[in-house]
Design a protein around this ligand. Structure first.
Ligand SMILES: C[S@@+](CC[C@H](N)C(=O)[O-])C[C@H]1O[C@@H](n2cnc3c(N)ncnc32)[C@H](O)[C@@H]1O
Length: 387
């Protein structure tokens, strides 16, 4: 099997991130052939899939197409999947996981589709090689994705294995952490590139500050991970992967990035954030402090200041947060003139308590909650908006 043979690559992402993912993919030199709500496609090889896994900050999974076929029942599913050359892709010593998304009248239980697909794959390997690979639900070896919609099936190798959001640095998640891919997209929305200071009060487990440090130093997030789905492909070229990693390390920015400050009132949050930054290898780039957000030291006279306050789920929590949001407005006005302020929140009525006019709103989702990233141009004499 030629790892440079072009095929179809599909990259999935969380809802709301497709625009950022598309920008990233194009910046890596690829042309998009299709784009949907939570995924886009391009023509590329397994070698390209490795590269995308290494560099992408906002994608979830890089999938490589094996086959597309019509299918109306489980027997046809088995036959079509068994016809693929799995023996050339999977060693009998490997472990196979099938993940299915099924929406067809032909079958009511997606587990049955996964089981049938898994049997078809391991039977094919056994029929050629004489031994069956192991199988189960772990997603850290050879992972296959099956999409079965109506009478049409698409079958992919998941070259990422686990989601790319699992960078591997967040050993201590703390409270309500932001997913790493979402944090990266939020930073891309602000235009952050490491050339201006970034201040992140209410840093929690440090995801925004850590992702910022990775962007600022030009470090691809894939350098942090030691395991990807593509490594379990029979033809995995470990030398090509090491060469790609070495190249990626060389393109790190040479100029030192502007300061990054991360603070939180909770010492446990700062402890977690420091530990996570250490695991990500960026702790020396971030200045951590335990303090109320309003006491955060601003290292310069301009830059980006970004807060992700809690937005509460129950009524009591929400009303208790009103004064926090109002104080963020005071902090912006009193300590941040000259800066560009951002608030990431899932509660727009709380956001109104900030009392400043947002110059832009970016739509996001945090899990299923619709969120906004609100941008504030802060200048001397910034005025409160009437509530
Ligand atoms: C939603 S969490 C932030 C999550 C963070 N983005 C992450 O990825 O882990 C909100 C954080 O605000 C902190 N916080 C709440 N009130 C604060 C205050 N008055 N000053 C500073 N931090 C505060 C909490 O301790 C919590 O860590």
């Amino acid at each position: 099997m030629d790892l440079h043979q072009p095929g179809t690559i599909r990259i999935t992402c969380a809802p709301g991130l497709i625009g950022y993912l598309g920008q990233e993919v194009e910046a890596l030199g690829y042309t998009l052939s299709a784009s949907k709500l939570t995924g886009l496609e391009l023509i590329g090889s397994l070698h390209d899939a490795m590269r995308l896994n290494l560099f992408l900050r906002t994608g979830f999974n890089v999938l490589f197409l094996v086959a597309r076929f019509q299918c109306t029942n489980p027997d046809e599913l088995y036959k079509n999947i068994n016809a693929q050359p799995w023996d050339q892709m999977i060693s009998p010593d490997e472990y196979v996981t099938v993940v299915s998304s099924v929406d067809t009248p032909s079958i009511t239980n997606w587990r049955f589709a996964s089981l049938k697909a898994k049997d078809a794959i391991v039977d094919r390997v056994a029929s050629v090689v004489g031994r069956r690979p192991d199988s189960g639900s772990k997603r850290d070896h050879f992972v296959v994705h099956l999409y079965w919609k109506d009478d049409f099936c698409q079958l992919f190798i998941n070259t990422s294995g686990r989601k790319l959001a699992d960078r591997g640095y967040r050993k201590i998640p703390h409270k309500a952490p932001m997913q790493e891919t979402l944090a990266a997209a939020v930073l891309l929305a602000t235009g952050y590139d490491g050339s201006v200071p970034l201040v992140n009060p209410m840093c929690g487990s440090g995801t925004l500050a850590i992702e910022a440090a990775l962007i600022a130093s030009g470090r691809p997030p894939g350098l942090l991970r030691s395991n990807f789905g593509f490594m379990h492909h029979k033809e995995f070229d470990a030398d090509a992967w090491q060469a790609m990693r070495r190249e990626a390390k060389k393109i790190r920015r040479r100029t030192p990035p502007a300061p990054i400050v991360a603070t939180d009132v909770d010492p446990e949050a700062v402890r977690a954030a420091k530990k996570n930054a250490e695991t990500a290898g960026v702790h020396r780039m971030i200045d951590f402090a335990v303090c109320d957000f309003a006491e955060t030291r601003m290292p310069h006279d301009k830059g980006i200041v970004i807060l992700n306050p809690e937005y509460g789920e129950r009524l009591g929590e929400v009303s208790a947060l009103e004064s926090t949001y109002k104080s963020i407005g005071d902090f912006f006005k009193q300590k941040c003139s000259g800066w560009t302020g951002y608030i990431f929140t899932g509660n727009m009525s709380l956001a109104k308590k900030v009392g400043l006019r947002a110059s832009r709103r970016f739509e996001f989702f945090n899990a299923k909650i619709e969120c906004r990233l609100l941008k504030y141009e802060l200048y001397e004499g910034t005025r409160r908006t009437p509530e």
